[in-house]
Design a protein around this ligand. Sequence first.
Ligand SMILES: *Cc1c(COP(=O)(O)O)cnc(C)c1O
Length: 489
Amino acid sequence: MSLSETLDPKDWKKTRALAHRMIDDMFDYLKEIRSKPVWRKVPENIKNYFKSPLPVDGESLEAIYLEFREKILPYPMGNIHPRFWGWALGTGTITGALAEFLASTMNSNIGGGCHGAVLVEQQVINWIKEMIGFQSSASGLLTSGCSAANLIGLLVARNKKTKFNVRKKGVQKISSKLVVYASKEIHSSIQKAIEIMGLGSDQLHLLPVNHNFQIELDLLQNAIIKDRKKGYQPFCIVGGAGTINTGSFDNLEALSELCKKENLWFHIDGAFGAWATLVPGMKKKIFGMLEADSIALDLHKWMYLPYEIGCILIRDETAHRLTFNLMPEYLYHDKKDNGLIGGALPWFSDYGFQLSRRFRALKAWISIKENGIKKYSRLIQQNIDQAKYLAVLIESHPKLELSAPVFLNIVCFRYLLQGYSPKSLDELNKKIIIELQEKGIAVLSGTKISNKFVMRAAIFNHRSTQKDYDLLITKIVKIGNNFAKKLES
Ligand SMILES: *Cc1c(COP(=O)(O)O)cnc(C)c1O
């Protein structure tokens, strides 16, 4: 019987050599990513490969690494490539990847305590507040992403605005229906949050938008009055700072005033749009954002960090803590234990639903130090300029049409043919996206604008250059023309 088996390498020297090889390979892989297709279909034999049985005995790490290189690495999602603009995906960085290795090696748990990783997360949260100009006394938490951040923000809002102890009595005790407002353009994670909170998605009242894709303020005001008359209990408005379809900004200043007047919580989904504060020319759009009670944002989109990292900021630290704090005996630590692991610092587990939490702060800390804020500001500006450039290419082409104004870094557009039914144009645009992807040229996603299917490029890519946009347009027109010819024959 061995009482000292371990998972550490048997042969440290050999494993170290392999680790060096992995790093070298990954550097080559990323450096040469441009020469590879954006995306490749996973062949059937590879899909079947992942139905292999549960390993009983182990094998060498080297053999497994070769398997990774052959069976996994050639089939990335594609968002590391310069011509990936689908959904709202970030590109990641090699620094971020290295930081993940450093963080996982330390394997600190940031549920709480007093140790290096906690200090780093505290500093990163403070930096984020400073970067977007949010109140410095606000509390915050790094999250897996903006979905988790939105959920936390709305939970605090619900608990603060409910007149009884909802943590103890539960939502069943709520006699009048709690209502949340947002525009139809708001992200689906808000609906998910409302559902998870047990409020029911019927209580998320989505309002129409104006021609600038902003929530209709008059309709919103009327809805609040009407709902109150019906006996509902409105408690929160969610504003969009960078909405998912078009990158539009709600009139945040007006929403903030309305919230104050109606005594509602003002939450902002600023997943990517909040970062536009780093660009001087964008400040006006973001007026009112700093008045929010809570802001949810992502760092794995427009801060270009590898997945996952998001953040929630809450103006009222007490309301935040009172929504989540719970300290059972087995987590006992004395606030006076300065210098011990339990420590004198607040525990992050008192600010969210997770107890154990990974050291995701390190990749942000290292990257922000390495690049400085000025560089992020330039890169975000560059993506905005690239979106404008793409829009010019589209508008100056007779077969293409812009489907929505370009508010930020998202471009929605269509390939057009005279005399075709709306349905066949929808099909044609869908086919173009598929062909671009299947040929490995570029990845766009699609959405609906004014009930028409459109192609959509969302630019969170620090690797794209002007030529990539030129190529995209050339290829789209070529593919579109080919399909059109087939339709005619
Ligand atoms: C991506 C996104 C979300 C969801 O964030 P995740 O990080 O994917 O959980 C929410 N709102 C907007 C506007 C987004 O773009």
